[in-house]
Design a protein around this ligand. Structure first.
Ligand SMILES: *[C@@H]1O[C@H](CO)[C@@H](O)[C@H](O)[C@H]1NC(C)=O
Ligand SMILES: *[C@@H]1O[C@H](CO)[C@@H](O)[C@H](O)[C@H]1NC(C)=O
Ligand SMILES: *[C@@H]1O[C@H](CO)[C@@H](O)[C@H](O)[C@H]1NC(C)=O
Ligand SMILES: *[C@@H]1O[C@H](CO)[C@@H](O)[C@H](O)[C@H]1NC(C)=O
Ligand SMILES: *[C@@H]1O[C@H](CO)[C@@H](O)[C@H](O)[C@H]1NC(C)=O
Ligand SMILES: *[C@@H]1O[C@H](CO)[C@@H](O)[C@H](O)[C@H]1NC(C)=O
Ligand SMILES: *[C@@H]1O[C@H](CO)[C@@H](O)[C@H](O)[C@H]1NC(C)=O
Ligand SMILES: *[C@@H]1O[C@H](CO)[C@@H](O)[C@H](O)[C@H]1NC(C)=O
Length: 570
C-alpha cells in the first residue's frame, strides 16, 4: 500500500494494486452484508430487542450510543437490499424488506416531539428500536428522512408492480409513500437539520434526495392513476433551488446554507451517488456523478483533507487520500469516515460506468482541474473511447477510485469489522463499532465497481425553468461593499456573510477588501438578487480575527442592477 500514491500518480502498471482491491472486496463484501443483516431485527445477532425489519444504526450503546433507528440510515440500508433484489443479485431478503416496509409505515404513525403523522412528525430523525418515540433533545426535524424512506418504498413498489402485484402496492405501500411525498412537497422549502444532525438551514443532500423522491413519486402516482400534479410542480421548484448551492470559486456545492463552515462536505458526494441515474448521462442540473460540477466538487472536497490528517502525510496531491465528513469536523476527534471514502470511490465508479456506456468523456472549464490531476496536459474537449486520452484518463481515474477502497482496506482491522471512523493520526478504528451505514456504503461501492447500477429515476433530460437555464446564470445584483476603517500595518479588512458569495460566514474563505480608496476598504460582488443577507466585517492580523461589534449588518439586495453600501465601522 505504501506505493499506492506513486502508482496512481505515475499511471504505472496498477494490476498488483487492483488485485489487492479485488481481494479486499471478495473478503469484505460478504462481511459487509453480514454486518448489515446482524444489525436488523428481529433476528440480527447484534440487534437484540429490535422489531422485525428495524435497522439499528450500530450495536454501540455508549460513547456513542447509536442503539436507535434513524430513518435516513435505515432507508439507505434497505435501499441497498432492494436494489439487489431488483437487479436479481440477491433475492433472499424479500421477507426482511416486507418487514422493513411494515415497520417504517408503522413508525410514520408514532407521535413524537416533531409532531403527529399529520403535523410534522414525519420529520423526526430517530426512534427507539421498539418503534417508540425518542423524546430527548435532538437536532430535529431532519427532512431527508421522508424522501429517503419513500424512495426505498417506491423502488420496491416498482419491483412488485413488475411482478404483477399492483394490488399490494396500491392498498398497502402507496398510502405510506403518499404520506412521505406529501410531507416533502409541503416542507422542502423549510429549514432542516443536515444529515450530520448539526446545522439547521437548507442542506444540499436533503434538497437533492427530496427532488429525486418527488420525481419517482410522480411516476408511481401516474402508474397508479393517482394525482401527481403537486409533485411535478414542487419538483420543478426544488430543482431550481438545488442550483443555488453552487459556489463557482473554487467550484463546489456548498453543503449547507448556514453553519459558518467552508461548506466542503461529504454531504455533496453522498448526494451525487444517491441521486445517480445511469440514464441521465453527465447532466449537471441533477449533479450526476460524471457531471463537471460533481467532479469539480469532488476534487475540492477531497483536497480539503490532504493537509489536515496525519494519515495523509506523504500521499501525492493527486492520489487517493483519507476523507471525512467536512474539514472543520471535531466530533469524536474529527476523523476520516469509512463511508466517506467509499462514497468518493462510488462516485468515480458511477462516472466510469457512464463514460463507458456513452463511449466518450467530456472535459469542461469547470472539470478541467479534476482531470489535470491525472494528466497535467489535459484540455477541454470531448474524447471518444477510442482515443488515447480517454484510455489514459479513465485508467488513471479507476486507479484513483481504487485508491480510496485500498485506504479503507488498509484501515480495516482483521475480521473486517467497519466502525464509523478511523483515527486521523494513526488509522485505528474509532467511534461506533459495526456501523450499519459503513457496511451499506461498502456494498454500494463494491456493486458499482462491478458495474451493477441502480435503476433510472427520471433524471434524464431534466431542465430548469426558473429563469436560470444553467447554473451560474442565476439573477444577481452587483453590490459594492465599502467601509471607512483606519488600520495599522499588518491589518486587513475582510467581509463574510450569509450567502455563498460572501463565503457563508466562513472566516477562512472570507472576502479580502481592497485598499484602493483607503481609508475606505471596498469590494464589488455579484449577489443573489432580492435576497435578505446578513454580513459583517472583520480585521485579520497575524491570523487573528477581530470582528466588528454586533449586530450583524443586514440588507436586502436589489432586484437587479447594482447598489453601493457605505458602511460605518461599528
Ligand atoms: C426470525 O427467526 C424466527 C425464529 O427462527 C423465524 O420464524 C423468522 O422467520 C425469522 N425472521 C426473519 C425476518 O428472518
Ligand atoms: C422501548 O424502548 C425504550 C428504550 O429501550 C424503553 O425505554 C421503552 O420502555 C420501550 N417501550 C416499549 C413499549 O417497550
Ligand atoms: C404481493 O406482495 C406482497 C409483499 O411481498 C405479498 O405479501 C403478497 O403475497 C404478494 N401478492 C401476490 C399476489 O403476489
Ligand atoms: C425556499 O426557496 C427559495 C426559492 O428557491 C429559496 O431562495 C430559499 O432559500 C428556500 N428556503 C429554504 C429554507 O429552503
Ligand atoms: C497520459 O498521461 C500522462 C501522465 O500525465 C501524460 O504524460 C501522457 O502524455 C498522457 N498520454 C496521452 C496519450 O494523453
Ligand atoms: C473616514 O472616517 C474618518 C474618521 O471618521 C473621516 O475623517 C473621513 O472623512 C472618512 N473618509 C471618508 C472617505 O468617508
Ligand atoms: C451574526 O450571524 C451569525 C451567522 O448567522 C450568527 O452566528 C451570529 O449569532 C449573528 N450575530 C448576531 C449578533 O446576531
Ligand atoms: C454610497 O455612496 C455612493 C457614492 O457616494 C452613492 O452613490 C450611494 O448612493 C451611497 N449609498 C447609500 C446606500 O447611501
Amino acid at each position: 500500500m505504501l506505493l499506492q500514491g506513486a502508482l496512481a500518480t505515475l499511471g504505472l502498471c496498477t494490476s498488483v494494486f487492483a488485485q489487492d482491491v479485488s481481494s479486499y472486496i471478495s473478503s469484505e463484501g460478504p462481511i459487509a452484508l453480514t454486518g448489515v443483516l446482524n444489525n436488523i431485527g428481529p433476528n440480527g445477532s447484534k440487534a437484540p430487542g429490535a422489531d422485525a425489519g428495524v435497522v439499528v444504526a450500530s450495536p454501540s450503546t455508549s460513547n456513542p450510543n447509536y442503539f436507535y433507528t434513524w430513518i435516513r440510515d435505515s432507508s439507505l440500508t434497505f435501499q441497498v437490499l432492494i436494489d439487489r433484489l431488483v437487479s436479481g443479485q440477491d433475492t433472499s431478503n424479500q421477507g426482511l424488506i416486507d418487514d422493513f416496509t411494515v415497520a417504517y409505515a408503522n413508525i410514520q404513525q408514532v407521535t413524537n416531539p416533531s409532531g403527529s403523522v399529520s403535523s410534522g412528525g414525519l420529520g423526526e430523525p430517530k426512534f427507539y428500536v421498539n418503534e417508540t418515540a425518542f423524546d430527548g433533545s435532538w437536532g430535529r426535524p431532519q427532512r431527508d428522512g421522508p424522501a429517503l424512506r419513500s424512495t426505498a418504498f417506491i423502488t420496491y413498489a416498482n419491483y412488485l408492480i413488475s411482478k404483477n402485484n399492483q394490488t399490494y402496492v396500491q392498498n398497502t405501500l402507496w398510502p405510506a409513500i403518499k404520506l412521505d411525498l406529501d410531507y416533502v412537497a409541503a416542507n422542502w422549502n423549510q429549514t432542516t437539520f443536515d444529515l450530520w444532525e448539526e446545522i439547521q438551514s437548507s442542506s444540499f443532500f436533503t434538497t437533492a434526495v427530496q427532488h429525486k423522491a418527488l420525481r419517482l413519486g410522480s411516476a408511481l402516482a401516474s402508474t397508479l392513476g393517482e394525482d401527481h400534479s403537486t409533485y411535478d410542480t414542487q419538483a420543478g421548484d426544488v430543482l431550481c433551488f438545488l442550483q443555488s448551492y453552487w459556489n463557482p470559486s473554487p467550484g463546489y456545492m456548498t453543503a449547507n446554507t448556514g453553519g459558518g463552515r467552508s461548506g466542503k462536505d461529504a454531504n455533496t458526494v453522498l448526494a451525487s451517488i444517491h441521486t445517480f441515474d445511469p440514464a441521465a448521462a453527465c447532466d449537471s442540473v441533477t449533479f450526476q456523478p460524471c457531471s463537471d460540477l460533481a467532479l469539480s466538487n469532488l476534487k475540492t472536497y477531497v483536497d480539503s483533507f490532504r493537509e489536515i490528517y496525519t494519515v495523509n502525510s506523504g500521499i501525492s496531491a493527486s492520489a487517493a487520500a483519507a476523507v471525512g465528513r467536512y474539514p472543520e469536523d471535531v466530533y469524536q476527534g474529527g476523523n476520516p469516515w469509512y463511508l466517506a471514502l467509499f462514497a468518493v470511490a462510488e462516485q468515480l465508479y458511477d462516472a466510469l460506468y457512464v463514460w463507458d456506456q456513452q463511449g466518450s468523456l467530456s472535459i469542461s472549464d469547470i472539470s478541467l482541474g479534476f482531470f489535470k490531476q491525472f494528466d497535467s496536459g489535459a484540455a477541454s474537449g470531448s474524447y471518444a473511447s477510442s482515443s488515447a486520452e480517454y484510455t489514459n484518463l479513465t485508467g488513471a481515474i479507476k486507479s484513483f477510485a481504487d485508491g480510496f477502497i485500498a485506504l479503507n482496506a488498509k484501515y480495516t482491522p482483521s475480521g473486517g469489522g467497519l466502525a464509523e471512523q478511523f483515527s486521523r493520526d494513526d488509522g485505528t478504528p474509532t467511534s461506533a463499532v459495526d456501523l450499519t451505514w459503513s457496511y451499506a456504503s461498502a456494498l454500494t461501492a463494491f456493486d458499482r465497481r462491478a458495474g451493477s447500477v441502480p435503476g433510472s429515476w427520471g433524471a434524464k433530460g431534466l431542465t430548469t425553468s426558473c429563469g436560470q437555464s444553467k447554473i451560474g446564470e442565476s439573477t444577481t445584483t452587483s453590490v459594492t461593499f465599502s467601509v471607512n476603517k483606519t488600520t495599522s500595518l499588518g491589518q486587513a479588512i475582510y467581509l463574510t456573510g450569509s450567502v455563498a458569495a460572501l463565503s457563508s460566514w466562513s472566516t477562512s474563505n472570507a472576502v479580502l477588501l481592497s485598499t484602493l480608496d483607503y481609508p475606505v476598504w471596498s469590494t464589488t460582488l455579484n449577489l443573489p438578487s432580492s435576497t435578505a443577507i446578513t454580513y459583517k466585517y472583520f480585521v485579520l492580523e497575524n491570523g487573528q480575527v477581530t470582528w466588528e461589534s454586533d449586530p450583524n449588518n443586514s440588507i436586502t439586495t436589489a432586484a437587479s442592477g447594482s447598489q453601493t453600501l457605505n458602511d460605518t465601522w461599528h
